[in-house]
Design a binder for this molecule. Structure first.
Ligand code: SF4
Length: 183
């Protein structure tokens, strides 16, 4: 028996491990690409191209959330100037997971998960706490997996290289451009 799950996708490379793994667990996975945190628009366009490509490879559907940077800015502006990994990122993660959860509820999908935990730069305990709170409030199942563990991040790099996906060198928002690195 399959169970529907909406997978929050932050970018195609990071989804190359979670999407097939959740499918193997028995979930019927659809993707949800949240992108309003991404700056500039040309960067969003590069990322959305490969998200569509990955959905094609997975034989699944990926919902592309509307690109609304002003809405994202409103959600994080109270902490906009803080360092990466701080309160701005917690607000951003909340906004992304809230959007995913809202979409799941609207579509009658009972579970959500996220690709964010594959990044070695993210605090996965914050992601888990925020996801748990949101799903608890909305009556959804929170499917938490620490994707970066057991070589998950390295595998995502190998797979995305093999699939010829664009790999960004910053997290996404305008503030993170100054912290260029390998995501
Ligand atoms: S650095 Fe990444 S997680 Fe943090 S606010 Fe920017 S886009 Fe969001």
């Amino acid at each position: 028996m399959t169970c529907d799950l909406l997978l929050h996708v932050c970018c195609a490379p990071d989804a190359t491990v979670p999407w097939p793994a959740l499918s193997e667990e028995g979930y019927s996975v659809s993707g949800y690409f949240y992108s309003s945190n991404i700056h500039p628009r040309s960067e969003f366009e590069k990322r959305v191209r490969d998200v569509r490509g990955l959905a094609g490879v997975m034989g699944g559907k990926c919902i592309i959330a509307p690109y609304e940077p002003m809405n994202w800015l409103r959600a994080v502006r109270a902490d906009i100037l803080g360092p990466e990994g701080g309160a701005r990122c917690t607000r951003c993660i909340r906004e992304q997971l809230l959007a995913t959860a809202g979409e799941a509820v609207a579509r009658g999908i009972g579970s959500i998960s996220t690709t964010l935990t594959i990044s070695p730069h993210k605090d996965i305990s914050v992601i888990d706490r925020v996801g748990r709170e949101i799903c608890g409030d909305l009556g959804l199942q929170w499917v938490f997996r620490a994707w970066r563990k057991k070589g998950g991040f390295r595998l995502s790099v190998e797979r995305s290289t093999r699939m010829d996906f664009y790999r960004q060198n910053y997290c996404g928002c305008v503030m993170s451009i100054r912290n260029e690195r390998s995501e």
